[in-house]
Design a protein around this ligand. Structure first.
Ligand code: M6R
Length: 585
């Protein structure tokens, strides 16, 4: 959460525009406020305001900032409300030090009270501001590089920090647990929270590892370890499809990304036979060697993992792969992990802090780590023993759509290797057919968007999908939705069903139990929306395969959510309070 971006060596008049472009590319990481700092002729100028980038830019005109060095930040608030003062950058009392920060300084209260005793005045309620004052104080006694060493030793918490000084044409960059990457360009150097920040400018990057800092200049850079010893880092060349970050003819990224699903599924399946073939085989081998598999994931990725468990358990008639899925933030409380366990992280961003923490826990217990990530070169990918790429391409809408479809396709491809019966070659075609039902789905959306509560019911494979559909509806349409096991409803929640309460029922094949659960709520006046491949229903799904049903029913939910949000006139791609990449615990 929070995007940070910096450049050293910009053309003077282009600085503001470059910072603006850079931070817009990272805005999906948080859009509560935005700010910039530019160093020009020995003076740092700061502009910042609450609101998303376009709104703040209208007010402040960021493009007019000049200089050769600048840093910028888009915020997802943790400590302190959404205000102009709490927006980054933050400055020291003497305004010599200016910083932007992504992460949480856990011991900030302690540090702050110490600094206040020394006479420092704070202007914001954030934890981040202490960083600027901390360095102001430190550099009174020692060189800034030594202060960076102290920072790594004394600061508790997570951080990606970019720091400028009035009198130096450099950016100091420090990292622990929050993502940070250096992009190497011919005439300048760029820093960003991820490679999207600069993938339009260079394909060469150096990834920061934990507890490192670097001094970045126009035409050179140097990394240091915790002791301040110089380290040499590898330059990675990455491949990126540029056209995916554009909205093209679509009004929102969400619908554009849903419409890309048939294409990205094909691309993934092809890669598993070509580029990713060796890795795929190694992945299968690791599953064979493990005594059990535990998935660690959050949100939508958790729902994909839960579907994975269902498919893995059904790989053969006798007994499938021993698998379990845990929500990453609770992993250490519920996982029983040892050296015979394979932990599979599922993550779109590859940066979700809860998942990273789960993997650290598993690593300590000597488990093998595998992952499925969409954003290449992400932290989760880099901390895995093996990783498969989800290949959904850049997903900009906060709601995960095409990445979910490809996560499930990848899990189905693995399950197939172990005997799960499915013809994946026709999946893309089935998705096209589902997307062609968009007008039918729009009509359903128009009927239910005014309701305050709704329920989505599933059983077996349709249970994770029910949860996923409900999550989409909550985050994008702001309607309270519960995704439930059909059989569990009668144990309490059925008390909430009133005349007219919408209940979406996902029924795959001859699931008569699910049909009975649907009848039970219908008898109590619920407005039923039946999504089925077997019975009469509101949406007919054209597949008899349970694997494909899961994917197609989820796509129904994505479209339904999108059209409800349109009816409600909501900010589809940037829902309130959320961010695409959740890098706090
Ligand atoms: O990047 P990840 O897949 O690890 O993210 C996990 C969740 O934060 C994410 O799926 C979230 O639930 C989405 N906003 C759902 O649409």
């Amino acid at each position: 959460m929070c995007g940070i971006f910096g450049i050293v060596g910009s053309k003077r008049k282009e600085l503001g525009r470059t910072l603006l472009k850079g931070i817009k590319r990272l805005e999906y990481r948080g859009y509560d406020s935005v700010g910039m700092a530019a160093l020009d002729k020995g003076k740092i100028k700061v502009k910042k305001a609450a609101g998303a980038v376009d709104k703040a830019d209208k007010k402040l005109n960021f493009s007019e900032l000049k200089g050769h060095i600048g840093i910028t930040h888009s915020r997802w608030s943790t400590h302190g409300g959404v205000t102009d003062f709490n927006a980054h950058p933050h400055q020291s009392c003497d305004k010599n030090i200016t910083i932007v920060h992504n992460g949480i300084i856990e011991n900030y209260e302690e540090i702050k009270s110490d600094l206040i005793k020394k006479g420092h005045k704070f202007r914001s309620e954030t934890d981040s501001e202490v960083i600027a004052h901390y360095f102001e104080e430190k550099i009174k006694q020692k060189p800034i590089k030594q202060a960076c060493v102290d920072f790594l030793k004394e600061i508790e918490g997570t951080f990606a920090v970019l720091m400028m000084k009035n009198d130096e044409e450099k950016i100091y960059a420090l990292k622990r647990d929050s993502p940070l990457v250096l992009g190497i360009c011919e005439e300048y150097n760029i820093l960003g929270s991820d490679i999207y920040a600069f993938s339009d400018r260079t394909d060469k990057a150096v990834f920061f590892d934990n507890d490192e800092f670097a001094v970045i200049e126009k035409d050179k850079y140097q990394f240091y370890d915790t002791k301040g010893k110089k380290i040499t880092k590898k330059i990675q060349t990455f491949v990126w499809e540029q056209e995916e970050s554009l909205k093209e003819k679509y009004p929102h990224f969400m619908i554009k990304e849903i419409m890309e699903e048939p294409r990205v599924v094909k691309r993934l399946l092809m890669s598993l036979k070509t580029d990713q073939k060796d890795n795929f085989n190694k992945f299968i081998d690791m599953i064979i060697k493990a005594e059990k598999v535990i998935f660690a994931a959050s949100g939508t990725s958790y729902h994909a993992a839960l579907l994975g468990v269902y498919y893995f358990h059904r790989c053969s008639d006798v007994c499938g792969i021993e698998a379990q899925a845990l929500i990453a933030s609770e992993f250490e409380h519920f996982a029983n992990v040892d050296s015979n366990t394979l932990v599979i992280a599922v993550s779109q961003s590859g940066e979700t802090m809860d998942v990273i923490e789960a993997l650290k826990f598993a690593k300590k217990r000597k488990a093998k780590i595998a992952s499925m990530v969409n954003v290449p070169y992400s932290s989760i990918q880099r901390m895995s023993d093996i990783s498969l790429q989800v290949l959904a391409g850049q997903e900009i809408c906060v709601a995960a759509t095409k990445s979910f479809v490809n996560q499930v396709t990848l899990l189905l491809s693995i399950a197939k290797e172990f005997g799960f019966k499915i013809n994946l070659d026709t999946l893309s075609e089935r998705i096209e057919e589902m997307l062609a039902k968009k007008d039918e789905i729009k009509k359903i959306a128009k009927k239910i968007y005014k309701n305050k509560d709704l329920y989505v019911l599933g059983r077996g494979l349709s249970y994770p999908v029910a949860r996923e559909v409900a999550l989409k509806i909550k985050e994008i349409s702001y309607i309270h939705a519960e995704g439930m096991m059909g059989g569990e409803l009668k144990h309490g929640t059925i008390a909430l069903i009133e005349k007219g309460t919408p209940v979406i029922s996902l029924i795959s094949n001859k699931d008569y139990d699910m049909l009975s659960n649907t009848k039970e709520v219908e008898a109590r006046g619920a407005k039923i929306i039946k999504v089925t491949n077997e019975f009469d229903g509101d949406i007919k799904i054209n597949t008899s395969n349970d694997g494909k049903f899961g994917v197609l029913a989820a796509i129904f939910g994505q479209l339904l959510t999108y059209y409800m949000a349109l009816e409600l006139n909501l900010p589809v791609d940037k829902p309130r309070n959320l961010a695409k990449s959740v890098t706090v615990k």
